[in-house]
Design a protein around this ligand. Sequence first.
Ligand SMILES: Nc1ncnc2c1ncn2[C@@H]1O[C@H](COP(=O)(O)OP(=O)(O)OP(=O)(O)O)[C@@H](O)[C@H]1O
Length: 801
Amino acid sequence: MKARKRQKLEGSQAGKKATANKSSKAAPPKLEKVRLDDLAWNDVEMPDRLDDMEGFYGLEEIEDVDVVKDDNGIVSYRASSDKATKKRAAPEESEDDGEEFTGFDDEAGEAADDDKEEGGAMIIETVTPRSAPELEEGETWEDRKKKQKELQKQHLKEKKQKEKKEKKEKKPKPEKKQKKEAAPQADLGSATFANLLDEEEDKGADITAWRPLKLSDETLGALSKMKFHQPSAIQKAAIPEVLAGHDVIGKASTGSGKTLAFGIPILERYLEMQKIAGNNKKKVNSEEEAARKPALALILSPTRELAHQISTHLTTLCSGLDKAPWIATLTGGLSMAKQQRQLKNADIIIGTPGRLWEIISGGHGVLKWLKQIQFLVIDEADRLLSQGHFKELEEIINVLDRKDDFKAEEHEDEDEAPEVVEEVERQTLVFSATFHKGLQHKLAGKAKPGAGLMDKKESMEYLLKKLNFREEKPKFVDVNPISQMASGLKEGMVECGGTEKDLYLYALLLLHPNARTIVFCNSISAVRRLTPFLQNLQLPVHALHSQMAQKARLRAIERFTSNNQNKTNHKGSILLATDVAARGLDIPNVNLVIHYHLPRAADNYVHRSGRTARAGETGSSILICGPEEVAGVRRLIAKVHASSAAAGAEPANDAAKNGYFIRSLDIDRRVVSRLKPRANLSKKLADTTIAKEKKHSEDDFLRQAAEDLGVDYDSEEFENAPGKRGRGAGRIKKEREARGLTKAETGALRAQLRDMLSSRVNVGVSERYLTSSGIDIDALLQQQEAGTHGEFLGTVADLME
Ligand SMILES: Nc1ncnc2c1ncn2[C@@H]1O[C@H](COP(=O)(O)OP(=O)(O)OP(=O)(O)O)[C@@H](O)[C@H]1O
């Protein structure tokens, strides 16, 4: 070995132990005295981070060697096995051969001692410089030794830790310890939740963030299952207030989780009551018994769809509970008798005011169940308190509050055994994203459609006047005082000629072939007209309006929500709806909202746009405006964003940043104009279909009327009768022409449209992308990746980032 070897033998303790070993009473083996260089030194693997340590340290180790110090302090080495003395190749130069050892070091001894205890054999470590053995400038041998010593210590420590860790990993965990690790789950309380977490360990979400709300383990378990990691702002703010027994008015932007803000406290109360009933051994076991207990909560919703959705939402929350509350959904369009029965069993009743009032006025002893509710929830409050719903709602509230009604009704219903009805303190919870001024005027008898949104004071005054809150001052929880619009929402508008809206709608839908889109219209007739128009253009469209049968309404939402089976390039889906879909509907992954007609009021705009960008997602809202509508739109949007200006707050989004000046999207008009022939053809076909349908239903109506009058009805004769002039004559003429098309003629038109849809449209630069009813998605996506998306129809794309 060329390198000069400087050994460092650790510690007097080691030496002493070696001696003690030798002189042990149990006939110690005779050890052979050896030279250091005759020992079979082994290289020690250095820890990574020491590799760079000046590049010259190396460690060697040896086992089965005793270090013996004689009375004169001279140290010698004795091998206790052949393994230790295996001869190595002699170094070419052994400068440190016989290097004297100057003594033992107490500190180092500790490390050596540790090793002995661990391994049972003494390990002597040497540090061998790999190169440049000379001292560095200013370095003394003492320094060098110190450095070496530190390195050795470090290495030994790390080695020991590594070995300990390896041992630990190999060892099976003692049962006791495993139990101890499971303990925190058990600490959560009831076995139900602990079991749930056990089973769902990797399925459920971490619900630590819900803890401050002090919810029951059952509710926490349900939230974990739903993967709701944390409460939304409105939930965080409103739940404690409701749990503390307050009346609450909650305002938060669309899609921010208001349903659970009232749903969770209701569930908490239900669970509490279950526990009390359990403790009092009064557990309800049968349907009959259940029917004898009053309902806990009444939730009112402005639309049927929303009522069903709230019901689904709460059912999902309660699924998995040992005993879930009984939820009854009372909406028009479904069997009334069935709903009456359901109501008597229900813990939570969700309904539209119309149907609920119908049921209440029908008697059947239902009122007593309702009078004892502990929660009255008015969801989408501003809508419920206005727009034709208010009369029914007012009547419901009056009847709930009237003291004498119950008795009167009981007398009516002889079957019902007279019972003492406890007075129940009712909490009133009112939620909405908006409180608009229109309803205030409406209630004051001076309706003023299109009015702006109420501020906190106004809404409070108004609600206090209208609702019988238990508390003099309910808690007003407003988590979005600045803007009602969801933060992930982008807004824009497209300007077009007054008669070109259909065409621009088609262009916008083509531009967003993968989007789940809701198109809002102000009238049912517009939905009826546009549905065949878009269907003819092979777009996957579903209609939704209030004159559809309830089942068809629910089916439309279901189809819109499920994946599009359409064979065309259009992979998204389209819901063409009136404002019946504007409030509360929580359809997942809606990317785009198009306002075909301008919303009539600011709150409508907020709620329609709120069907996208929900629960922290992003989305876009685009208004299609005729030239005469542009100024009105700007005013309307400014109103919606006005509160941010008043508050001097950071603008909530682009529209606000631009001084409430909504962006006009730059659509390439030349390209849109090339879509015109298809659109016109499709429109002609749609008009024919509608005119024929209309004729059928008119005929049916007139035939029925004639039958009732006992006269004959001849549609031709009726049609050609004189006096059909003046207002509406042009439309009637058009309709007549439209339905005048023969089957063959419509067949020919359809074939022509099919041809058009299957051939490319000459759109200049983008010709290669626009094919039939949709666009070449792959090519478009590539274009999008290259950052040039939007080239063919203008720059709408930046709304969809
Ligand atoms: N804490 C939560 N974490 C994650 N998602 C949540 C949470 N709470 C609710 N959600 C989800 O957010 C979505 C919107 O909730 P919800 O329908 O209650 O909103 P909203 O505020 O009532 O909206 P709108 O004003 O339009 O009626 C739903 O899909 C719901 O499941």
